[in-house]
Design a protein around this ligand. Structure first.
Ligand SMILES: [Ca+2]
Length: 397
């Protein structure tokens, strides 16, 4: 499977809403020693088809309503109780490349008072360069049928040399600041070496304060961002990523970021302020292109390796997930659940004490599905989105 094909699958989340009837539930077959332990503990898992209690890739719900975004630029709201759904917004066609589309959505922490949300749109208007646009909106309306995005305020616009590897997740941290992570902008090899240059946002996680515009920007730079004194752009919080396809805040506030590899290694990283996570000098813990900038060497001083990485035997495109906080599968509590798009495997990771440690993975099993994203329902149970729009919940066997 071509590595770009993952991206064609990443934006089909909303299709589930148009196809509420699904095939029967599909079993996850536990593999590996720990999976047997999980099973022995009475907590073996399987996947159960769900209809439309979904939120991909939105991070939050409000008043029982979930928001779903699609690659077509459509934003939908779904009433969890009734299954009723409504269009909130539809952005103009975004272009043909499969990684384009509405790839991120997040509620402000004070959404209940302000009704504000943010979106990340990747688009390529005809005759123009591809561009990533971060916008703030007000979600107006009182009933499902009335909901609509309005009063757009543009926070950030980044022109891309190519259309791929855009990341997509947006989220507010426990500190109230807005975080976002971009990929290297494509295509393979990071051909312009954009990530290790410090004059752009490619391959970087940003941290901004959109509530307080300042210095001519529609946002301000938090006073403790790591590069205020130089070394990178002041918005940058961490860098060195290839294509961070989904990251999350752990319950303890740590940032867990899954970075899709190119040739050999998929990785899970614990993000620290100012950290350089290596691409494309390294792919995972291995030197990838040691000679581009430093001929004859594999100098990787200061680069942070993943806390967990896996090779092609186990999959070819990581799908980041969440630390499990649900109640249905007690043995997964506190573990970071993630998946692989190509192999269909689902894993649970015991995170190490810090970003320099190594996690211990427990294979949960193979789903036989082309997993495109993971989500949470209102009870913080794990949802699995798959190519073609089918979605499943991870449940006890
Ligand atoms: Ca890395």
């Amino acid at each position: 499977m071509d590595r770009f094909s993952i991206t064609s699958a990443l934006f089909l989340f909303g299709a589930v809403l148009c196809n509420p009837l699904y095939a029967s539930a599909s079993e996850v077959e536990p593999q590996g020693v720990r999976a047997a332990v999980l099973k022995a503990g009475g907590n073996a898992v399987r996947t159960k088809a769900v209809t439309n209690q979904l939120m991909f890739p939105a991070d939050s719900s409000f008043a029982g309503v979930l928001v779903v975004t699609e690659r077509t630029g459509q934003v939908l709201a779904v009433d969890l109780a009734s299954g009723e759904r409504a269009d909130i917004h539809r952005i103009a066609p975004t272009g043909q490349y499969p990684e384009l589309g509405l790839v991120g959505f997040a509620f402000y922490p004070d959404f209940a008072d302000t009704r504000r949300v943010v979106t990340y749109l990747m688009t390529k208007p005809r005759g123009e360069a591809a561009q990533g646009i971060i916008s703030e909106w007000v979600l107006a309306g009182d009933s499902l049928a009335d909901l609509r995005l309005e009063d757009r305020r543009e926070l950030l616009r980044v022109e891309h040399p190519q259309e791929g590897h855009n990341g997509g997740q947006l989220g507010f941290g426990p500190d109230g600041f807005l975080y976002m992570a971009f990929g290297d902008g494509g295509f393979q090899q990071d051909p312009r070496n954009m990530v290790q240059k410090t004059d752009n946002f490619f391959g970087a996680m940003l941290r901004i304060d959109p509530r307080n515009p300042s210095e001519g920007r529609p946002y301000s730079i938090p006073g403790d961002n790591p590069f205020l004194g130089g070394g990178h752009l002041p918005e940058v919080f961490a860098w060195g990523f290839r294509n961070p396809w989904r990251w999350t805040f752990a319950p303890d506030g740590r940032i867990i970021l899954a970075d899709v590899g190119q040739d050999a290694i998929e990785e899970v990283n614990l993000i620290v302020a100012g950290g350089n996570y290596g691409w494309s000098l390294k792919e995972g813990s291995k030197c990838f292109r040691p000679n581009r900038d430093r001929p004859g060497s594999c100098e990787d001083t200061g680069l942070i390796d993943p806390v967990y990485e896996y090779k092609r035997r186990y999959g070819s495109a990581i799908i980041g997930g969440f630390v499990y906080e649900g109640a249905a599968i007690p043995s997964l509590r506190g573990l970071y659940v993630f998946a692989d798009h190509i192999s269909g495997r689902v894993f649970a990771l015991e995170l190490p004490a810090n970003h320099l440690g190594r996690g211990v993975v427990h294979p949960i099993g193979r789903t036989g599905k082309a997993i495109t994203t993971l989500g949470l329902d209102a009870e913080r149970e794990i949802l699995i989105g798959t190519n073609g729009g089918r979605h499943f919940r991870l449940v006890p066997r």
